[in-house]
Structures are given as C-alpha cells and as structure tokens.
Design a protein around this ligand. Structure first.
Ligand code: NMX
Ligand code: MLT
Length: 437
C-alpha cells in the first residue's frame, strides 16, 4: 500500500477543499441559514447555526460523528495498537485532519512523529513545580500550555514578516503536533507532582500516546486502552460547545495554538462543561455516603435525586444543550463497563442511575434532555482502573479535546476563516426591536 505522510495528505486535502469554501462565501454569501430571535440572543445562542467545522458534527438524536463516522465505526475502522482492543489516538488525529482512515504504516508514521516531539522544556516542569499542591490540576495544565507559547513556529514565521496567508496552516500544524505530543507528558507530570509524589518517569519511545500515558502515570494494562478510549471519545463535539468555540474564537485573532488551547481548557474547566466529569464522581461518592449504603437501591437513589433537585441543584452527567437522547459516548463507555466493570460497586450505581435519573428528570419537567452525557460514565472507568483523584478527570478530558481543537484550528487557518467578531446589542435595543417601547 502506498503511504504518504499526514502533512502531505493534509496539504492535498486543503488544496481540494479551498474552492468549496471560497465558492460558498463569494457566490452564496447572502443565502439565509438560520433565524436570530431574541430568545436565541438571550438564551446563550442555543442551536443557532453560526460556525463551520468539518471535523465533526452533532445530530441531536444520533450524537457525534467524526468526519461522518459514528464512534463505533471510528473504533472499528482505525488501526489498533499492538495487543490492544483500542485504536491509536494518533490515528484518530489523522482521521480528523484528513477525513480518511489511515493504514497501519501511515499511523505508525504519525506515532513516531508524536514520539519525537514529546520532550518537555525544563521551564514547563518548573512552572508546574512552582504551584502549591492545593492548586486545581486544570490550572496547572492550562498554565503550562500557555507558557509554551514561546515555542510557537507560527509566531516565529508570522512575526518574521514573510508568512503568506495561504501558508498559515503549515506552522500551525507544526505547533499542533508539538503541543499534542507533549500533553500526556504535561498531564502526567502534574499527576506525579500532586498524587504519585514520585520521580517522574521518562517516556518510552516505542509506546504510542495511550500506552505512554499509562506508563507515565504508573498504570498497567488495560489502562493503555482505557486512556486511548478516553482520549478518542472526548476529542471533538462539533464546534459550538464552550471549549471548541473558545479555541476557535481565540485562534481567530491569530493567537497561537498554545494560547488557544490554554483558553479552551479554561472553558472546559467549568462544572456545566468538562468539569462535570469530576462532579459526577464527587456526586456519586457523596450520595453513597449520605444514603449510608454501599450499594443504594433504585428507590434510595430516587429519593436522593429529588432532594438535590428540590434544593435547586443540577444532576451532573445528565442533560445536554444539543443532544436529545443518550450520548453515544456514554453508550460506548457503558458497553466497556458492562464487559469489564460488572462487579464494581460504583458502576452498579451508575447503571441504576441510568434507569432512575431520566425518569426523575422527566417528572421534574425542566431539562430538555433527561438522558446521560459523556461525563456520567467516564469517571467510574478511571476510578475502577486506579485513577481515583477525580480532580484530575477534566485534565484527561482536556487531552482528548485538544486533539479536536487543534484539528479545527489547522483547518480554520487553511480555509482562511476570519477574525470572529459578532455584534452585541443593548437591552434597550432589544426592547425597541420587540416593540416594547
Ligand atoms: N439536572 C437538573 N436540571 C437540569 C439538568 C440536570 N442535569 N439539565 C438541565 N436542567 C435544567 C436547567 O438547569 C434549566 O433550568 P432553569 O430553567 O431553571 O434554568 C432547564 O433544565 C432547561 O435546561 P436545558 O435547556 O435542558 O439545558 P441547557 O442547554 O441550558 O444546559 C447543560 C445543558 C449540559 C448545561 C445542563 O443539562 C446541565 O446543567 N447538566 C448537568 C451538568 C453536566 O452534566 N454538564 C456536562 C455536559 C457535557 N459536557 O461534557 O460538557
Ligand atoms: C462536549 O463534549 O463538548 C459536551 O458534550 C458539551 C457540548 O457539546 O455542548
């Protein structure tokens, strides 16, 4: 089979794609796509179609598709790591960037490319070390990434004054690879400082991203596959979610990939977004303790849920701004749990809550989507395999999400998407538009 490098394949894809975007913009620029109403403006722009991304798309009923492929198709279609049931995360990056499944040789080229770029600059470790141990790991993660802005190839070339617009994607691609390759190392350095309190390990050059991460945080098989699955399912969720949108917005001012990724992680770190993965575990353990039964019954969980809802709190891991059915990322992880976590007491509660919460939320009558999202399932798997420090879960989400964000930013630059700058209005203007005054 003929193999070209990821960058060569991407360059061809970009050349083929550019005329499509140019044509839409120039010839069909006045075609209406959506209607902006006052409820959309005040209500967080829910569902308003104002962004473009070809990396993934989200159907409310069907859930996420990466480059047109469902999650089971992605897991099935990507080459697997040796002795593993899960694919190389690097292969997913290839798929997200180019729209096609790489062959074994193409994946191994990307795996090697990532492995070459892993070593952390000394100052990144020093920055992490300087934080007191009570700092949230997301603060350390985001700060360490931001500090690496000085490495940016894009900045070097842009500020040297001879980077043509059509070439923006090229140094952005280099920055993205340099950053993505280092994320497991940054995360594991934080994990080590906060929880293992051991001498940090050096990367194993022969291991892929998932395998090396498992090694760096001292977790044995099958944690390598758990890490691969985790990074893959969290990688992208179209472009309107808080983290993806933030990454795109910040990058649109031509801030580099390090700044954009750090910013998107700060959005991910909110409890209504990625931090819900931490919240779910907190909520579960707290519930088990308060109920006073290691394996609460469905009735006990039901009563507990009503208590929470009646005191005005959300149930973390349930509901979604777009989805209107069970998140397929939940379903995929549930399948894994049913196979490997059957005897885990906490998983048994997660399983019960899958039956109880939607029924209670429907009766409660507020949430438009009573079904579980990705976060209702991810933490219990980490917990089962020994990553019990749930403050760290959003960092794991963030490693995965960075893959999609970086793929999006590379394509934003390739297609020349401009500075994002919508218009705001005042309340008085809206009242006038509504005919109130
Ligand atoms: N528990 C209780 N109430 C809920 C829940 C929930 N899980 N989900 C939505 N509601 C309430 C929501 O707070 C709102 O109440 P109010 O009218 O008093 O403001 C009402 O239902 C309508 O909200 P929706 O339109 O259904 O949801 P929205 O699009 O505004 O928000 C979430 C989406 C995801 C922020 C919301 O469902 C939620 O807070 N879920 C729990 C937190 C969570 O799991 N976040 C992670 C999402 C996935 N991720 O990884 O980012
Ligand atoms: C995500 O993965 O970004 C979340 O499910 C939130 C979203 O899509 O709005």
């Amino acid at each position: 089979m003929i193999s070209s490098t990821l960058k060569q394949t991407l360059a061809k894809e970009i050349e083929n794609w550019r005329p499509r975007t140019e044509r839409l913009y120039k010839e069909y620029g006045d075609v209406e796509v959506d209607k902006v109403t006052i409820s959309k403006i005040i209500g967080g722009m829910r569902g308003l179609k104002t962004l473009v991304s070809d990396i993934s798309s989200l159907d409310p009923k069907e859930g996420i598709r990466y480059r047109g492929y469902s999650l089971p198709e992605v897991i099935e279609g990507l080459p697997k790591a040796p002795n593993s049931t899960m694919p190389h995360v690097e292969g997913l990056f290839y798929l997200l960037l180019t729209g096609r499944f790489p062959n074994e040789q193409e994946v191994s080229l990307v795996v090697n490319e990532f492995a070459k770029r892993r070593v952390l600059p000394r100052y990144v470790c020093e920055i992490i070390d300087a934080f007191p141990d009570y700092t949230h790991p997301m603060v350390m993660f985001s700060s360490a990434i931001l500090a690496m802005s000085k490495e940016s190839e894009f900045n070097k070339r842009y500020f040297s004054g001879n980077l043509h617009k059509n070439e923006y994607w090229d140094p952005t691609y280099e920055d993205a690879l340099n950053l993505l390759a280092k994320l497991p190392n940054i995360a594991s350095y934080i994990y080590n400082k906060l929880y293992l309190k051991d001498k940090p390990r050096f990367s194993m050059p022969n291991l892929d991203m998932g395998g090396n991460f498992a090694y760096l945080i001292h977790k044995d098989k099958p944690y390598d596959d758990v890490a691969r699955m985790h990074f893959i399912v969290h990688s992208d969720h179209e472009s309107g979610n808080v983290s993806a949108h933030t990454g795109h917005l910040v990058a649109s001012s031509l801030s580099d990939v390090y700044m954009s990724t750090s910013a998107m992680l700060n959005g991910l770190a909110g409890p209504l977004h990625g931090l819900a993965s931490q919240e779910v575990m907190n909520w579960l353990l707290d519930g088990i303790e308060k109920i006073g039964n290691e394996e609460p019954t469905e009735d006990e969980w039901r009563d507990y849920l009503w208590g929470k809802l009646n005191s005005g709190q959300v149930v973390p891991g349930f509901g979604h701004a777009v989805l209107r059915k069970t998140d397929p990322r939940y379903t995929l992880q549930r399948g894994f749990s049913k196979q490997f976590l059957q005897e885990d007491k906490i998983w048994k509660s997660v399983d019960k809550l899958y039956r109880v919460v939607p029924e209670v939320l429907k009766e409660h009558g507020k949430a438009k989507n009573p079904w579980p999202n990705v976060d209702a399932q991810s933490g219990v798997i980490q917990w089962h395999y020994g990553v019990r420090e749930f403050e760290f879960y959003t960092v794991l989400f963030g490693i995965g999400r960075s893959i999609g964000i970086c793929a999006n930013i590379i394509w934003d630059r390739a297609l020349g998407y401009p500075l994002e700058r919508p218009k705001s209005v005042t309340t008085e203007m809206l009242e006038k538009i509504a005919g109130i005054k």
